[in-house]
Design a protein around this ligand. Structure first.
Ligand code: GTP
Ligand code: MG
Length: 384
């Protein structure tokens, strides 16, 4: 349990990334920038960022040995005990790097899982995070087991070490299936609640993390969902009712934010939460207008929605943080690239009024489209 009144001193870390010729330099820079934000969100202080350009990744240690020696020296000099690597590392790579630097190694998935574990508040979020952690742990146990049996292998060598790992594996499997059952129960009671609201129009806010989804939910509905300048502040679906002039009462849900290269175990565990997006009549995709990586972030959101099977939904794109734009060209560029979008600041009352008008217009246009399709369909039937 984290004591918020006496937070632990921040852990000093070194962040490392490898740039190979086939990688896109812009995306790589975005990854590193995101990793720095993730480290800060996790409570770490990034003492140095080390980038190594390599033609090929090193299979055993991912990073070149010379670079690891340099990292190890810097860690000693600056009093760091942890190296965070911007990659998905195999368990053997983690072990090998740890040996070289004589310190702790964390990869991108572990870092994100750690943040999720810190931010989980509700029972459901805690179960989802634990499930993702166990799913990540499971192959590491399997690996340790196969590594052990390969080395020792053969008749007469099946000692307690192997048995212990088998027991651990079985315990993890049992725990995973228990947690899945608990989640299914929670999901069942949520879907019963959702059925009760089935005739009300449902809007869901989706988007990259830290773009202002919860702030917009608060501004639209007058609620006080937690807002923080941190990645993954929201892990649970908060649903609020609000009134849209011209439309009437609607239900709006907030969701967990997306990130490029989210660990797939995490996406799998949070699937039920994200499935709210599937049930929405309209998806409000929130974007950060001040981000340098608008297109990449939009593509990530769109890909996750497609994976969930809701990419075809009615989408209204909302560019938030208009107050952070320093030049008029960005607004112009956005309006050309995303012609049906709206640019607002969640903190500007007038913008929120305009947003409600746009939502009303969007809902009515959708209704009209539905009716014209219905009559078109009817007239074809009548013609036959
Ligand atoms: N300047 C400015 N800041 C904003 C605006 N909207 C939100 N923010 C800030 O952006 C940060 C993130 O806001 P949230 O509402 O927590 O973002 P989120 O998308 O819900 O983030 P996660 O739940 O972490 O995915 C907070 O510091 C907000 O105060 C805006 O229109 N302008
Ligand atoms: Mg949020």
């Amino acid at each position: 349990m984290i004591d918020i009144h006496n937070p632990p001193p921040s852990e000093k870390i070194i962040l490392a990334g490898i740039l190979t010729p086939e990688m896109n330099k812009d995306l790589f820079d975005e990854d590193i920038h995101e990793m720095e934000m993730l480290c800060t969100t996790a409570g770490a202080e990034v003492v140095e960022v080390v980038i190594q350009k390599m033609n090929n990744l090193k299979a055993s240690t991912y990073i070149g040995e010379g670079k690891l020696e340099q990292i190890s020296n810097t860690m000693k000099l600056k009093g760091c005990e942890t190296l965070i690597v911007d990659a998905e590392l195999a368990p053997s790579q983690i072990r090998n790097i740890e040996k070289c630097i004589n310190g702790k190694v964390i990869d991108r998935s572990q870092l994100i899982l750690d943040i999720f574990a810190q931010h989980a508040r509700t029972n459901e979020a805690k179960i989802q995070v634990e499930l993702a952690q166990l799913r990540t742990l499971y192959p590491r146990l399997t690996h340790a087991w196969s590594h052990f049996s390969q080395q020792v292998g053969g008749i007469g060598t099946r000692g307690p070490g192997e048995k212990q790992l088998e027991i651990d594996r079985r315990l993890v499997q049992k725990k995973i299936s228990d947690l899945k059952q608990k989640l299914e129960k929670i999901e069942l009671s949520r879907s019963t609640q959702r059925k009760k609201r089935s005739d009300t129009i449902k809007l869901t806010l989706v988007g990259y993390t830290n773009v202002g989804k919860s702030t917009i939910l608060n501004s639209l509905s007058g609620s006080k969902v937690k807002v923080e300048n941190k990645l993954f502040a929201t892990l649970d679906t908060s649903t609020r009712r609000t009134y849209i002039p011209g439309t009437g009462e609607v239900v709006i849900s907030d969701t967990v934010g997306f990130l490029r290269k989210l660990p797939h175990h995490l996406v799998a565990s949070f699937k039920s939460t994200l499935e709210v997006a599937l049930e929405a009549d309209i998806l409000l995709i929130i974007m950060d207008a001040s981000s340098q990586w608008i297109d990449q972030q939009f593509n990530t959101v769109y890909d996750v929605l497609n994976d969930l099977g809701s990419g075809h939904k009615h989408l209204l794109i909302i560019f938030n943080k208009a107050d952070c734009l320093n030049d008029p060209f960005t607004a112009k560029k956005i309006s050309i690239a995303y012609p049906d979008s709206i640019l607002i600041s969640a903190y500007n009352e007038n913008d929120i009024k305009l947003l409600k008008e746009r939502i009303n217009f969007f809902i009515n246009r959708r209704k009209n489209m539905f009716f014209s399709l219905y009559f078109f369909h009817d007239s074809i039937i009548g013609f036959q």
